[in-house]
Ligand binder design. Structure first.
Ligand code: FAD
Length: 309
């Protein structure tokens, strides 16, 4: 990458971008709490600022990647060469239309899922209860087609708004969206800026009841008091990856401060000072062991980016 300090100055002075940090440790921005630095860590204040940033990166051929809450992400210890663009500044929610049965909501990509669940309780709108306890942002959840407890983002989304370098905001209706298991296919370089989601009228009591059930279930099954990135591996068809790891005898196996959770085989937890290398080595070891014992090759659900140290 070219002179970072110069890029920062240009972005600030010529493009009016205020929130730029150089060499920012990604341990501060990922739920795993580990990983190297991003050359540039940028938090656009609004969509217009994001447009200017993307145009500048296109012109300068700078690699970039959008970042939500970093709850499905591991950045290797050598860090990310380029710019990580955090969407956390975009968090407006607005009711677009209300019918007797259904309500259309617009939310910006950086809105957290927990805020959306709270909003749905406040407004007696059901359909998003399945997101309880998932520490992601709306943009990240859509890109990952996040799901749990019988629901997935694809079930509730109506329109997604995306931005690519040197283009205008594009509205993609649900019929034109290609969702897959834990994945939404979007053209290269697309950043989700917001989405319309459809919720249904439901009594606050019913929503709260379901949310409490999910909360209790997560508490009993997942290591929610330790840092993790949720499920590390995608479930192979019909088989929970966690069970395969558990049956391979790997629960509790530890490399450095990274441990395969004693509670759930598909979670790796950071017991304090794990580095990304420990976590990635543990992932490789679990994949190799499961392959040897069962012939099944596990694929990661979690995104792993950046350079090795
Ligand atoms: C304790 C715990 C429990 C979890 N439980 C679940 C679960 O039950 N089900 C489940 O599916 N997941 C679960 N997860 C994983 C994770 O929380 C979800 O995948 C989450 O929705 C990811 O959102 P994020 O904002 O953190 O994305 P990030 O981790 O920031 O990013 C993930 C990917 O999405 C891309 N991305 C992020 N924002 C945008 C955007 N605006 N536009 C385009 N691309 C974007 C990133 O570039 C990256 O490739 C869990 C994680 C934890 C830590």
């Amino acid at each position: 990458m070219v002179n970072k300090a110069k890029l920062k100055k240009e972005l600030q002075l010529l493009y009016g971008v205020r929130d730029i940090i150089l060499d920012e440790p990604m341990s501060r921005h990922t739920s795993m709490g580990a990983g190297g630095t991003a050359d540039l860590f940028i938090v656009p204040a609004d969509v217009e600022e994001l447009k200017r940033i993307l145009a500048f990166f296109e012109q300068r051929k700078i690699d970039f990647m959008p970042l939500g809450n970093g709850s499905n992400l591991i950045v290797r210890d050598g860090g990310y060469r380029g710019a990580l663009i955090s969407l956390k500044g975009l968090k407006r929610i607005e009711i677009v239309s209300t019918g007797t049965e259904e309500t259309l909501l617009y939310a910006e990509a950086g809105t957290t899922l927990s805020r959306l669940v709270d909003f749905s309780i406040e407004h007696s709108l059901g359909g998003i209860e399945f997101c309880e306890g998932i520490p992601g942002s709306l943009g990240g959840a859509l890109k990952m087609n996040t799901g749990a407890y019988g629901g997935e983002m694809k079930d509730i989304v109506e329109t997604i708004f995306t931005l690519r370098p040197c283009t205008h905001i594009e509205a993609l209706r649900r019929d034109n969206l290609h969702f897959d298991y834990r994945c939404l296919n979007l053209p290269e370089g697309s950043i989700i800026t917001g989405a319309c989601i459809k919720l249904v009228s439901r009594s606050t009591e019913l929503i709260k009841k379901r949310v409490e059930e999910i909360k209790a279930s997560r508490k009993s099954k997942h290591p929610i008091n330790l840092r993790s990135a949720g499920s590390i591996f995608r479930n192979p068809p019909g088989l929970p990856a966690g069970k395969l790891i558990e049956e391979a005898g790997l629960k509790g196996y530890q490399i450095g401060d990274a441990q395969i959770s004693e509670m759930h085989g598909n979670f790796i937890v950071n017991k304090g000072a794990a580095c990304a290398r420990d976590i990635v080595n543990l992932i490789d070891m679990a994949r190799k062991t499961v392959k040897e014992k069962t012939g099944i090759l596990l694929e990661t659900e979690v995104k792993i980016i950046g350079d090795e140290k």
